[in-house]
Design a protein around this ligand. Structure first.
Ligand code: ADP
Ligand code: MG
Ligand code: MG
Ligand code: MG
Length: 402
């Protein structure tokens, strides 16, 4: 059944697939399966041997996005995901799931089951704290981003990677959903009614802001700087107290390094705004908000320190050693970080794809207030990006607005 051509699997098919195609389970295994996907694009099957407890995850790319069949996507994104996970397993050991295999006919990959971890967005909505996250995510980002640049890699090898991960369809989703549609009255936008007037007045009517989004969109499309994850929000992070694993890199391509860092910052900001607007007044709320603000601050500052250290140890490009160059390069990454954090804060409020941190705020007045905060912080991150060079600068803007 699995040799002829691609079809989208049911749970029963996934059991059959695991039994006949994987060589991971014993002949005597009693396999059960559940489809546990909650993302916008793919099917995720968890197959368990009820006898031994052994389990694997099979992720299959469907021919259209689950969010809307308007998005027709080549299932080749599953190749990108499995190849990137293999590569990142070497660049950032310990921070991605183990890949067991990729099947180019069924467009699925088989990977380590991380069910002992929790999706970070879900955990933060329960007001959990993860003191090691800033350290882990900055190691992951510096290793995956800086080690794939022309500063470190041999240039012809880097260009081979650019080709292998060209990913035009998923890039187009980002170009449309992050950089374009949220900044005009696009039909596909999905705006909470009480927020609309604020968007019309403060986003769509602000010509200076629109000009910056045009510049940033070109930067996203033309700056083949680093091999990005491309979708690094808190729903792509599996976490527990002492471990952080990054999943779902199907949007990977060569783009500006700050794209990934900015996404992390924005999504922690959503969690912070959620805590602020859903917890009762008191110490627990103050602690959660402060924890998230400090995490944002630490991520920027640790990223900088590790970036400089890895640059000094690993740069091979001759001009990388010229005085002042690494500071110039890092400052540009930080500007992109701030700008992308701002774009993400705006697009998750205005555009088609929202985040639970905001949509689960039940009280309509509070939700509208929370959304205005996200848009205001977002706009400042974009407009003031030239001067946000330290963790404390990011934390200050959040503190002044939230
Ligand atoms: P999508 O690309 O559709 O967003 P994800 O890779 O984000 O798919 O996976 C969707 C969900 O499936 C995750 O939120 C998680 O609950 C579950 N999942 C994905 N990968 C694993 C894994 N390796 N181990 C356990 N659960 C997983
Ligand atoms: Mg996902
Ligand atoms: Mg270029
Ligand atoms: Mg995905």
């Amino acid at each position: 059944v699995f040799t002829a051509e691609y079809f989208t699997m049911t749970e029963a098919d996934a059991v059959e697939y695991a039994k006949t195609r994987l060589g991971i389970f014993d002949q005597s295994a009693e396999l059960t399966c559940k489809e546990i996907g909650d993302g916008n694009l793919n099917f995720v099957f968890k197959v368990v041997d009820e006898l031994s407890g052994k389990s694997v995850i099979i992720k299959q790319a469907g021919p259209v996005a689950r969010i809307s069949d308007e998005f027709k996507l080549s299932p080749d994104r599953n190749r990108i995901e499995s190849e990137i996970l293999d590569l990142q397993y070497k660049l950032a050991p310990g921070f991605v799931p183990v890949m067991y295999g990729y099947d180019p006919i069924m467009n699925c990959c088989v990977m380590e089951d991380l069910s002992d971890h929790e999706i970070m967005r879900t955990a933060l909505l329960k007001y959990k704290k993860f003191p090691l996250f800033a350290d882990h995510i900055t190691t992951y980002m510096v290793n995956t981003l800086l080690l794939t640049t022309d500063v470190v890699m041999e240039h012809k090898e880097k260009k081979e990677l650019v080709k292998r991960f060209i990913n035009p369809e998923l890039c187009e989703i980002t170009e449309d959903l992050v950089y374009t549609e949220p900044f005009f009255d696009c039909e596909r936008n999905d705006i909470f009614p009480a927020t609309r007037a604020f968007v019309v007045e403060n986003i769509w009517s602000d010509k200076e802001l629109l000009l910056e989004t045009a510049k940033l969109k070109q930067e996203f499309m033309t700056n083949a700087q680093s091999l990005l994850h491309g979708d690094l929000h808190t729903g792509s992070v599996f976490i527990k107290e002492d471990s952080t694993k990054i999943i779902d890199p199907e949007f990977a391509f060569y783009g500006p390094a700050g794209y990934d860092v900015g996404n992390v910052i924005a999504n922690l900001t959503f969690a912070l705004v959620n805590a602020k607007f859903t917890m009762e007044d008191g110490d627990a709320r103050d602690e959660q908000v402060e924890y998230l603000q400090n995490t944002i601050l630490d991520i920027i500052d640790l990223f900088k320190v590790k970036f400089i250290k890895v640059w000094e140890e690993k740069a091979t490009e001759r001009t990388a050693g010229y005085e002042g160059f690494k500071e110039h390069y890092l400052a540009n990454v930080l500007k992109d970080t701030s700008a992308v954090a701002g774009l993400e804060l705006c697009r998750r409020i205005i555009g088609i794809a929202h985040v639970k941190d905001i949509t689960t705020i039940k009280d309509g007045k509070k939700r509208a207030a929370a959304e205005k905060v996200c848009l205001t912080v977002g706009k400042r991150f974009i407009m003031e990006r030239d001067s946000l060079m330290e963790g404390a600068d990011f934390a200050r803007i959040i503190k002044e607005t939230v």
